[in-house]
Design a protein around this ligand. Structure first.
Ligand code: ZN
Length: 93
């Protein structure tokens, strides 16, 4: 479904795994320091996932992302854990 143009930089959403244009993605730094960019890898969410995440308390989000191993595990594992953790949280509310 994605356009064939490849001249735009794309990033991978860590929430759903979709490729999105860098310009459309939301940068997420789980360490909370956006100004220290030296040798850092940012993670990205597509706008859909980002707005989903923003409905959750930031504090819980950090915990969930960390618990899921954001930036430390491969993406498949992270997404799997993240979904599980998110579902648990949604159930508990
Ligand atoms: Zn997404």
């Amino acid at each position: 479904m994605f356009g064939s143009r490849t001249d735009r930089q794309t990033v991978t959403c860590i929430g759903c795994g979709e490729s999105v244009a860098r310009s459309d993605a939301r940068e997420y730094d789980k360490h909370g320091n956006r100004w220290e960019r030296h040798e850092k890898e940012f993670e990205f969410f597509c706008t859909d996932c980002f707005s989903d995440l923003c409905r959750q308390p930031r504090e819980g989000l950090e915990t969930t992302l960390d618990a899921a191993g954001a930036g430390e595990t491969d993406r498949e594992t992270f997404l799997e854990r993240y979904r599980e953790l998110s579902e648990e949280r949604n159930v508990e509310r």
